[in-house]
Design a protein around this ligand. Structure first.
Ligand SMILES: C[S@@+](CC[C@H](N)C(=O)[O-])C[C@H]1O[C@@H](n2cnc3c(N)ncnc32)[C@H](O)[C@@H]1O
Length: 317
């Protein structure tokens, strides 16, 4: 395994200066996938001119948004300012989604700050009235924090909203059903729950315990990124809430997880990031996947072709 990780690319200013000349997109520009399947924009999620250039006439049926969470790991803004900013990209999503659409948002909750911004975000969604609430999913991370004097924090929140009557297909995990004995009479025959279900396996429901958090030993790892979601989690959303060749919107691309999952499952991704470096990483990740079949660089990195990179900060791996 390579041992050549990059530090957080939003923080290492010297490394950023070295990488920026290699970024294909400048603010406001859109990369068109040569195969015509996807587009990546260097765009601000709240800038309607830039986002309409990304989306054009297409109407995504699904949005998967993963904004910075207003937690310590991200830049901390006043909560009201943060929520107003969220309302802007929620409206932007609503403007471009089809009339029957699903809207997912990954969000954190700061347990030391009255769980902000989760409750404020939920209230804002109710007030804007653009989407109906459908589910509050929790994904369990393997690594957590605060284990000695508190319950270890291992949750990752995912809110699911809809408008109209969008597609939804029930999903199953790889976990076999283990409980027996829910007997029911069906047409005069006593049946047991394992016979009645559509699958031998359990559904994820709204608590997902079967998804491995990304870390440096996994093929999908993209070092330099600090907030990468597991591909499996995005695949689950895509399979539940979209169909082949549907357009999917992600305004916060970062490592390009939604883009890669769309490529793998035959969906078409329209994605943006404010930072030209994360746009370039997303494009390179797609190209790397098409060339090698690999979904990331494990403990290598996306800019290995550039000689003499000189990170000033040390990566945690
Ligand atoms: C939490 S990360 C998204 C992680 C992504 N789901 C993944 O799996 O890699 C948030 C991203 O939003 C980008 N971002 C922050 N503000 C933005 C804005 N106003 N418009 C678009 N992107 C923004 C950041 O540069 C960062 O890459």
């Amino acid at each position: 395994m390579k041992n050549n990780p990059l530090p957080r690319l939003d923080e290492d200013l010297v490394l950023r200066e070295q990488l920026l000349p290699f970024c294909r997109l400048k603010p406001g520009e859109v990369w068109e996938d040569p195969t015509g399947r996807h587009r990546v924009a260097c765009a601000d999620a709240t800038n309607s001119e830039q986002i309409s250039r990304l989306i054009g006439e297409d109407r995504p049926v699904l949005a998967i948004q993963d904004p910075p969470y207003n937690l310590v790991a991200f830049d901390l803004r006043n909560i009201d300012t943060f929520i107003e900013w969220c309302a802007d990209w929620v409206r932007m999503s609503a403007r471009f989604l089809s009339s029957d659409a699903s809207f997912y948002v990954w969000l954190g909750a700061d347990q030391n700050q009255h769980f902000q911004p989760l409750p404020q975000f939920m209230m804002m969604m109710q007030q804007t009235g653009l989407f109906e609430s459908r589910s509050f999913v929790t994904m369990r991370n393997q690594r957590g924090y605060g284990t000695q004097k508190n319950w270890m924090a291992v949750r990752q929140e995912l809110l699911y909203y809809t408008r109209g009557n969008p597609f939804f297909e029930v999903q199953y995990t790889d976990i076999p059903k283990i409980l027996r004995g829910y007997y029911k009479n069906i047409n005069g025959k006593k049946t047991e729950n394992l016979e009645r279900g559509r699958s031998e396996n359990i559904r994820p429901g709204n608590v997902w315990v079967d998804i491995q958090q990304v870390f440096y030993r996994m093929e999908e790892n993209v070092s330099g990124c600090y907030a990468q979601k597991p591909i499996k989690s995005v695949e689950r959303i895509l399979q539940a809430s979209s169909q082949q060749d549907d357009f999917v919107l992600d305004l916060f691309a970062h490592s390009g997880t939604t883009l890669i999952a769309c490529e793998q499952l035959g969906r078409r991704c329209l994605t943006a990031d404010l930072d030209p470096i994360f746009c370039e990483i997303s494009i390179r990740r797609l190209e790397h996947f098409r060339a090698t079949g690999k979904s990331g660089w494990q403990n290598g990195h996306p800019f290995e072709d550039i000689p003499d990179l000189n990170p000033q900060t040390v990566s945690e791996g």
